[in-house]
Ligand binder design. Structure first.
Ligand code: FAD
Ligand code: SF4
Ligand code: SF4
Ligand code: SF4
Length: 386
């Protein structure tokens, strides 16, 4: 039988994982039908002993789902953008297309008090459970055992939600929670994830790997410049070098600097310049600040107590309208915070410039015109499907 010349684990390993472009989103692990992939220390690892770690016996026989699922190998951007906004992103839209924007905060004080910014994300999920629009939410939840480390988790009720509110600035492979949702036979699921995770779940759908995303009704994206390495930043820098016990930290926030709030009410500040070296390597290859493929994209943008929501899809808009009608959010005009809008514009533009033309698959990642031109003249791979 003729061998199918499709990419599989071997190529994914060579081109994305060994080059440290892989963001650990785990979409490949979710997609793998033979369950031979596992996430170890934020990297997908091939565990079937019949092949070396950098190859896969099933891949050699024609399986290619892991490669298809990978947003870094060459995302199906055209399909993704058509499904979310009905058109391609323009060069003039560094933060991605959106229909409208608003500032929001939860009207329930328990939610706004626990939320990272305005608690809007938690309020939206809570509304979904309370109104029976959702029977599952796949989110990052604080580990029961390891302080300030998150785990992907399927939440089934609004009571469970509160402890997941707030941001942890280390990576959590939220899409892995889709497996829990399928195992629990959920029918109406929301997923919350940083930019790369919002795209990862769209990529699964765009590639027809539908089993894991069939029940997905809402994708809430979190704007994101970088995540920090848990061991290096939280354990070595914050706990060991700065002497801040992780068990005594109540909030970590990034507002032009990292602000660590302690149980005793003290704020300890870490200049961004000092924190940046602890950022995960893969974030240096990420062009998307504003979670452009989510239905609703949310960020704090330097504000206190309010969440900026970019409404991107029709589905996101109608969900938000129902939540507003139910009174779970208080709103303000986005234009009342011109500084926040400037911050968004600046960060989104800056992040687009991160990709170097010489990187593998640079062309496939939300390119700027300059990058495209440079990539063409350097003859870089640029094998994007989008
Ligand atoms: C790693 C990270 C980096 C961010 N960087 C920026 C930034 O540079 N600029 C900016 O404006 N906004 C950034 N945000 C978004 C911001 O911190 C808030 O999440 C957003 O404004 C929503 O606030 P909220 O009060 O409405 O959310 P909440 O109601 O507090 O809900 C927060 C949600 O975030 C989820 N979550 C928490 N930690 C993680 C994680 N590590 N990975 C995935 N999901 C998580 C929780 O499960 C919860 O569902 C970042 C968020 C994260 C997680
Ligand atoms: S080639 Fe198939 S079986 Fe092998 S790792 Fe990829 S998805 Fe899994
Ligand atoms: S799908 Fe995600 S975890 Fe898998 S190789 Fe690609 S970026 Fe890495
Ligand atoms: S900067 Fe990009 S790659 Fe890094 S965690 Fe955020 S969204 Fe993912």
């Amino acid at each position: 039988m003729e061998r199918i010349a499709r990419k599989h684990w071997k190529h994914l390993y060579e081109e994305i994982i060994s080059t440290e472009i892989c963001c650990g989103c785990s979409a490949c692990i979710v997609a793998c039908p033979h369950k031979v992939l596992e996430l170890r220390d934020f990297d997908p690892v091939q565990t079937d002993g019949r092949s070396p770690f950098d190859n896969c016996i099933h891949g050699e026989e024609g399986c290619s789902l892991c490669a298809m699922a990978c947003l870094r190998l060459g995302p199906a951007l055209q399909t993704i953008e058509s499904s979310v906004f009905g058109r391609r992103r323009r060069e003039s839209e560094p933060e991605g297309p959106y229909r409208c924007k608003t500032l929001a905060r939860a009207t329930d004080e328990r939610v706004s008090a626990r939320g990272q910014d305005g608690g809007a994300v938690t309020a939206l999920l809570k509304f979904g459970f309370d109104e029976k629009e959702l029977d599952g939410a796949v989110v990052a939840a604080p580990s029961e055992d390891v302080p300030w480390l998150d785990e992907p988790k399927l939440i089934r009720s609004s009571e469970e939600l509160l402890r997941t509110a707030g941001s942890r600035y280390t990576y959590c492979a939220t899409p892995l929670g889709l497996k829990q949702a399928v195992a629990a036979k959920c029918k109406d699921v929301a997923l919350v994830g940083v930019s790369c995770e919002s795209t990862a779940v769209r990529e699964l759908a765009a590639q027809g790997i539908k089993r894991w995303v069939r029940s997905l009704r809402l994708v809430i994206g979190l704007m994101c410049c970088e995540t920090f390495d848990y061991g290096a930043f939280m354990v070595s820098k914050v706990e060991r070098d700065m002497g801040l016990s992780l068990n005594d930290i109540t909030k970590v926030n990034v507002k032009g600097r990292v602000i660590v709030t302690m149980k005793d009410g003290r704020d300890v500040e870490i200049p961004l310049k000092e924190a940046r070296p602890y950022a995960n390597e893969w974030c240096h290859h990420c062009p998307d600040f504003a979670a452009e493929h989510a239905d609703l994209s949310c960020g704090g943008l330097g504000m206190e107590g309010w969440t900026m929501i970019l409404v991107r899809s029709e589905r996101g808009e109608s969900y938000l309208e129902r939540a507003i009608a139910a009174g779970v959010l208080e709103l303000r005009e986005a234009d009342e915070e011109p500084r926040a809008l400037k911050v968004m514009d600046r960060l989104a533009k800056k992040q687009r410039q991160r990709i170097k033309a010489s990187e593998p698959h640079a062309e496939a990642r939300w390119p700027t015109e300059q990058l495209l031109a440079a990539a063409r003249s350097e003859g870089s791979s640029g094998k994007g499907r989008g």
